[in-house]
Design a protein around this ligand. Structure first.
Ligand SMILES: [Zn+2]
Ligand SMILES: [Zn+2]
Length: 137
């Protein structure tokens, strides 16, 4: 067992392997995410900045959901989420398809067979809405 810093609150906790958040933050994280899902089912065309404002959830947190492939951006050229390797705009996860294949070449067969993957909730991104996050609450 490793003792690591919680990515959210900075508290030290015992991580069972890959957990990056302490139990308290994990629970809040799940609640926030189901709030986003609910919001998106009521507002199917909601924008990232609307979600952040209306639910008081930091953009950073929404970005993490995107990187974890729990959310997906509808626009292809969003400039919000970029491939960590080549910097191309991506819609979900951490790498574009090309870089993903490059990094996970040996996993190809596994991913071809893994078609039952659930579709992530989709979210809109519109860059000209940026000023809304700068305004005070
Ligand atoms: Zn925490
Ligand atoms: Zn890439």
């Amino acid at each position: 067992m490793d003792v690591i810093c919680c990515e959210q609150c900075g508290k030290l906790f015992n991580s069972m392997g890959f957990f990056r958040l302490c139990p308290v933050c994990t629970e809040r994280d799940e609640k926030d995410f189901s709030m986003i899902k609910e919001y998106l089912s009521e507002h199917p065309l909601a924008k990232i900045f609307d979600v952040a404002n209306d639910l008081s959830i930091p953009i950073k947190q929404i970005k993490r959901y995107l990187k974890e492939s729990r959310l997906e951006i509808i626009e292809q050229n969003n400039r919000f989420l970029l491939c960590e390797d080549c910097g191309k705009p991506i819609r979900t996860g951490r790498y574009c398809d090309e870089c993903y294949r490059k990094h996970h070449r040996y996993l190809n067969t596994y991913y071809v067979g893994n078609t039952s993957k659930k579709y992530p909730s989709r979210i809109n991104f519109t860059s000209n809405n940026k000023e809304t996050i700068a305004s005070p609450r």
